[in-house]
Write a protein that binds this ligand. Structure first.
Ligand code: GLC
Length: 442
């Protein structure tokens, strides 16, 4: 063999080696050893959209890999607040009936005491492949209480065909959104669709409203609910203006019934072709473009609007998988949780149902980007999303959120004016949180 040929061969071998090594560090391959013995692992999972079906398919794949383990998927309520209530019933009773819980990004502080530390089960390589901020969010007193499964951020959905029909641009401010929503609503109704609305969102009194209202608050320059330093920032003119604006949507560009809407209610109206704009999470994209959707191919996705006082804001959401302390098969449960959250499984969920991976390298995966182009174009929205104050308020976060969404809801329904609502909310939050928490100017 000539020296030249040998050099070329060597080069090829090292390039191929390098490429494989890259792949291995970016997306750790599954080296899953099946747990020993027989066990049944019950996973409490969401059923929003096609979530349940996806979890069942994944459970099937796990059982094919490890036939000694039976994985059962338990359906849980759609509204996050109701789901937490159900989980607490199981956990406070120390029930072994559920092994793995799908937990919200805001719940590690609330549920940590009931969950095992997953650190011994996760390799450093796998842990390093997830967004560090989520891993940190899920780490309570040094214990990893949940492996990240998918992340979420609030988005603005619009009907691209209707914007074109009415010669409108994608709105970047709330004023523009209101004007466009009204114009399209007037036009579509004049053409005979009496059920058409400008803008649908989550207005029911539950966790989803906390997410929507936090986006209004931040984008109006009204601070945040509670800052990471413990400052309660709800009593200010900008947040009052944001709430007055949202209350003004009810019955004008949004249906009266929006004050009872969760994610799926908003999606039902939008996907039936009866709304111009929708605030929702990424999962709505795949479903809206599915074969049975009348608006398939006519959906645009952009960042939510802002104002001259504040930048656009998306609330950070997302879900983790945790293993209960009361599980009778914690090893098998951890194995199932890690499998579900693994790169190949996150990739399937991203492609089939637009669930945002928590594994960073999947945002560069061509198949993922082809299925959900905005995972690339709106990457910044996902990485700069605004967190709810669940770290600083820890186990009291749910009480904080209940006070917040109840106050917001009372303004939306006209029970209270915005000014009174934020003043009372400030007092209630200070009462609840007490020492270590402040209000501006103190
Ligand atoms: C989504 C988010 C979650 C949030 C919930 C509110 O599921 O991922 O974080 O709490 O919506 O409805």
């Amino acid at each position: 063999m000539s020296k030249k040929l040998l050099l070329v061969l060597l080069l090829i071998v090292s390039v191929v080696g390098f490429v494989f090594a890259q792949d291995a560090t970016e997306e750790p391959m599954m080296e899953m050893a099946c747990p020993e013995g027989e066990a049944t692992v019950t996973v409490a999972a969401g059923a929003v959209g096609i979530e349940l079906e996806l979890a069942q398919e994944a459970a099937q794949r796990y059982m094919e890999m490890c036939p000694n383990i039976t994985v059962e998927v338990l359906e849980t309520p759609d509204l996050a607040t109701d789901r937490l209530g159900l989980y607490l019933q199981f956990l406070e009773a120390e029930s072994p009936d559920v092994d793995v819980y799908q937990i919200d990004v805001i719940w590690p502080g609330i549920l940590a005491e009931h969950m095992i530390d997953l650190t011994p089960y996760v390799s450093e390589e796998v842990l390093a492949s997830h967004f560090p901020a989520i891993v940190q969010n899920n780490t309570v007193d040094g214990q990893l209480v949940g492996i990240p499964w998918f992340t979420d951020a609030g988005l603005l959905y619009y009907r691209s065909d209707l914007l074109e029909k009415y010669s409108l641009e994608v709105p970047t401010t709330w004023d523009e959104l209101e004007a466009a929503a009204q114009a399209i609503q007037d036009g579509e109704r004049a053409e005979g669709n009496e059920e058409f609305w400008g803008f649908v969102w989550q207005g029911n009194a539950y966790e989803g409203l906390t997410c929507d209202a936090l986006e209004w608050q931040v984008s109006h320059g009204g601070g945040t609910i509670v800052s990471p330093e413990g400052e309660i920032q709800v009593n200010n003119p900008e947040f009052v203006a944001a709430l007055e604006r949202a209350a003004g949507w009810v019955g004008t560009i949004s249906p009266e019934g929006v004050t009872g809407y969760g994610e799926e209610d908003a999606r039902a109206v939008f996907q039936a072709g009866n709304a111009a704009f929708m605030r929702n999470w990424p999962y709505a994209y795949s479903l809206g473009n599915a074969e049975d959707s009348v608006i398939a191919g006519n959906i645009g996705v952009s960042p939510l609007p802002g104002t001259e006082n504040g930048p656009n804001a998306a609330t950070l959401g997302g879900w983790q998988l945790s293993v209960s302390r009361y599980s009778e098969s914690p090893d098998a449960a951890a194995s199932v949780a890690l499998f579900l959250a693994s790169a190949p499984e996150q990739k399937i969920r991203a492609i089939e149902a637009s669930y945002n991976p928590t594994i960073m390298s999947l945002y560069e995966d061509p198949e993922v980007l082809e299925a959900v182009p905005f995972f690339g174009s709106l990457f910044d929205v996902f990485t700069s999303a605004v967190a709810r104050p669940s770290t600083v308020t820890a186990e009291r976060y749910n009480d904080v959120s209940v006070l917040y969404f109840t106050a917001v809801h009372s303004v939306l329904t006209g029970e209270q004016d915005a000014q009174t609502a934020v003043e009372d909310l400030e007092i209630d939050l200070l009462d609840l949180l007490g020492e270590g928490f402040t209000v501006p100017g103190e």
